[in-house]
Design a protein around this ligand. Structure first.
Ligand SMILES: NC(=O)c1ccc[n+]([C@@H]2O[C@H](COP(=O)([O-])OP(=O)(O)OC[C@H]3O[C@@H](n4cnc5c(N)ncnc54)[C@H](O)[C@@H]3O)[C@@H](O)[C@H]2O)c1
Length: 332
């Protein structure tokens, strides 16, 4: 029976994948581990691949393509863990699910901003420990403060609209999409945005150009001791530089949902830093968004298996361009 390989997962079951893909006569197999050698071995001969957070480098894609794989689909929006250039070289379409959790991520971003602005962790800690202390002197009025959005795509604009409702003045830096949203001004450079912001929130993809976008230089441009919020990708931020900026007062605080190294090591100093609010890469999650994501990922795989174009290609190819071994045999 043809196999659909799942590289890694933190989902509770494969019930939805089975429901969508079983009628196509395929079995779903979870890789026993997600290191490169195991994935390369498992990818050989699979009919399709479903990818969680595991890195999928060229050798894995090459083995998949050589064995007749029709499509690779990322469970999620970001696809920085898949070597897209290599997939192109091997004629393997890669797709993502770009539109399943925008409201959840925007809500999580605002929840983090509000939690930090209102110092909820400190206040609630005091109450839990039997105290009754207001963190006085440390709770700014939100209305009129500046929020700088880096990236004004699907999620960035939803955050902007929510922030406007709270009275924040919103500016965005996006080199591709100038703001067309009433109430969101465009910044012409990242430095200009960072210089004016009391809150900086990241909503852009991770790629070679954006890795460590928030580095020591960018942090030095921040003049108003802002709170940095990252619900996009950990690799956008140089975490060592951020820790220094928290300690020397360049940053007023951070709210981080994503990390280069996940799960964040148990002894990482950012976990317990008094100015940090950390969540375990959960912005995407709601009771509704997770099953939505699984179903849309499986449906995209089904399209690939049927030889139809995928709906959301992130490669320039949307249908496998190689003959599968079976097809090659038929064609002699
Ligand atoms: N934490 C989570 O659970 C979670 C869930 C979903 C998405 N995400 C992440 O959120 C991010 C945004 O997702 P989206 O759906 O809004 O994507 P999107 O593609 O709709 O928007 C991204 C925007 O970033 C802009 N951009 C690209 N390079 C830029 C740069 N150098 N500077 C400023 N802007 C730049 C693009 O022009 C685009 O408008 C992605 O990194 C995605 O991986 C995280």
């Amino acid at each position: 029976m043809p196999r659909v390989l799942v590289t890694d997962t933190d989902m509770p079951s494969f019930d939805i994948e089975e429901e969508v893909l079983r009628p196509l006569g395929v079995e779903i197999r979870l890789a026993p581990s997600s290191d490169e050698d195991t994935l390369t071995r498992e990818a050989a001969g699979c009919a399709a691949m479903m990818v969680g957070y595991a890195p999928v480098p060229e050798p894995v894609l090459a083995a998949a393509a050589a064995g007749g794989c029709r499509v690779v689909v990322r469970y999620g929006i970001g696809y920085d863990n898949v070597d897209i250039a290599a997939a192109e070289r091997h004629g393997l379409p890669v797709a993502n699910v770009p539109d399943y959790c925008q409201d959840e991520v925007a809500d999580h971003t605002m929840a983090m901003l509000l939690c930090q602005a209102r110092r909820l962790l400190d206040a609630a800690d005091s109450v839990r420990q039997g105290g009754w202390t207001i963190p006085k002197g440390d709770v700014p009025r939100l209305a009129g403060r500046h929020l700088g959005l880096v990236g004004l795509g699907r999620i960035g604009r939803r955050v902007g609209l929510r922030a406007i409702a709270f009275g924040l003045r919103v500016q965005a830096y996006d080199p591709v999409v100038p703001s067309d949203v009433a109430g969101i001004a465009s910044a012409s450079t990242l430095d200009e945005l960072l210089a004016e912001a009391d809150y900086v929130s990241l909503h852009l993809p991770l790629n070679r150009q954006t890795r460590h976008l928030i580095d020591r230089h960018a942090l030095r441009s921040m003049r108003r001791k802002p709170i940095l919020i990252n619900t996009a990708r950990g690799g956008l931020v140089d975490l060592e530089a951020v820790l220094e900026a928290l300690d020397d007062g360049t940053l007023g605080g951070v709210a981080l949902d994503v990390f280069e190294d996940e799960p964040l090591p148990e002894d990482h100093p950012i976990r317990r830093h008094p100015a940090a609010l950390i969540t375990p890469h959960m912005s995407y999650y709601s009771n509704e968004s997770e099953p939505d994501l699984i179903r849309r990922t499986a449906e995209e795989v089904a399209r690939g298996l049927r030889g139809e174009p995928v709906r959301n290609p992130v490669t320039s190819i949307s249908v496998a361009t190689r003959a599968t071994p079976a097809a090659a045999e038929r064609e002699g």
